[in-house]
Design a binder for this molecule. Structure first.
Ligand SMILES: Cc1cc2nc3c(=O)[nH]c(=O)nc-3n(C[C@H](O)[C@H](O)[C@H](O)COP(=O)(O)OP(=O)(O)OC[C@H]3O[C@@H](n4cnc5c(N)ncnc54)[C@H](O)[C@@H]3O)c2cc1C
Ligand code: FES
Length: 283
């Protein structure tokens, strides 16, 4: 991956959180909230699609959270958070006017522009659509630079679908959106099944495709294997790999995966780098 996809080098004060005020919140699903934050010091937070911040609730702790907002709007920091434990619960309870600590932006992003001239295939599972939303927004903003743009999204149930208004809007903006759920209620009239099945039906030119994948590791493993079997080169399949993180800037070693420190070398890595970890073999 090229430098364009990377984070700016960590500044000397990279461990100091900056205060950001919550200016809007909305519920995505029963356990997931989206937050819009603005910097109290007035300086925006430039980021590349796929990067994350270390988000701190004073008195509760600090966790890595991907940026789910628009890379073209560094003045508005957007995060989408699922309540799974102590810190994420405290974050999900934040209200308009609350002040959170923010460090970052950190890590390597998707490198969306490296797909220019060809097809972009974005495959998301569950909360994995949050780190991919900026990538979708980037392709929409420069739609003429890409041939076909596919968004293939799978969730457990209809109630677990994130960004539902966006999914409709993106369909009208040149993104071929396909959605599937694992379990359907009687109200669901769309597809039921695995996101890998959507891949088989999506017309794209494998030789000219950049694929961006985020979701549970098991899902990413099957999606990566399917992309390889369809002819996408392993270095053109990119995955976001999450591990526990503490410093976020390559100092503590908490996020190590083999030779990689995922906070600086990732979270986005090409399939070549993680193939053995995910046990993806060529079919
Ligand atoms: C680069 C990166 C980006 C992330 N982006 C998002 C995001 O956009 N939205 C979001 O909701 N979450 C995201 N996460 C996951 C989030 O950081 C964890 O859910 C959070 O750290 C859990 O902390 P907690 O104190 O709430 O829960 P804890 O009490 O610490 O843990 C609760 C449960 O979550 C598991 N867990 C802890 N840390 C992680 C982790 N890093 N990844 C997966 N499971 C974990 C624990 O094993 C445990 O089962 C991201 C993680 C990374 C590394
Ligand atoms: S989180 Fe400390 S080295 Fe990655």
């Amino acid at each position: 991956m090229q430098a364009e996809a990377n984070a700016p080098a960590a500044a000397p004060d990279a461990l100091l959180p900056r205060p950001f005020r919550v200016v809007a919140t909305w519920r995505e699903t029963r356990d997931t909230m989206t937050f819009e934050l603005e910097p109290l010091d007035g300086d925006g937070l430039p980021f590349a699609a796929g990067q994350f911040t270390m988000l701190q609730v004073f008195g509760a702790g600090e966790v890595p959270i991907s940026i789910s907002g628009d890379p073209g709007r560094p003045d508005r920091l957007v995060h989408t958070i699922r309540d799974v434990g102590g810190v994420t619960r405290a974050l999900c309870e934040a209200r308009e006017g609350d002040v959170l600590g923010v460090r970052g932006s950190y890590g390597r992003g998707w490198g969306v522009s490296e797909g220019a001239g060809g097809d972009i295939v974005i495959v998301a599972g569950g909360i994995g659509l949050a780190p991919l939303r900026p990538a979708v927004l980037e392709t929409v903003a420069a739609r003429h630079r890409f041939r076909r743009v596919h968004l293939l999204y799978g969730a457990r149930t209809e109630e677990d679908l994130l960004f539902r208004a966006d999914l409709d809007a993106w369909s009208g903006l040149g993104v071929e959106v396909a959605v599937t759920v694992d379990r359907a209620a009687t109200t669901w009239t769309g597809r039921v099944g695995l996101v890998t099945e959507l891949l088989r039906d999506a017309p794209f030119d494998a030789a000219r495709t950049l694929a961006l994948v985020c979701g549970p590791e098991l899902m990413m493993r099957y999606v990566a294997a399917e992309l390889i079997s369809l002819g996408v080169a392993a270095d053109r399949v990119r995955l976001s790999i999450e591990r526990n993180m503490r410093c976020g800037v390559g100092l503590c070693g908490h996020c190590q995966l083999r030779e990689y420190l995922l906070c600086v070398d990732g979270p986005v890595l090409p399939l070549d780098a993680v193939r053995s970890h995910l046990a993806v073999r060529e079919l």
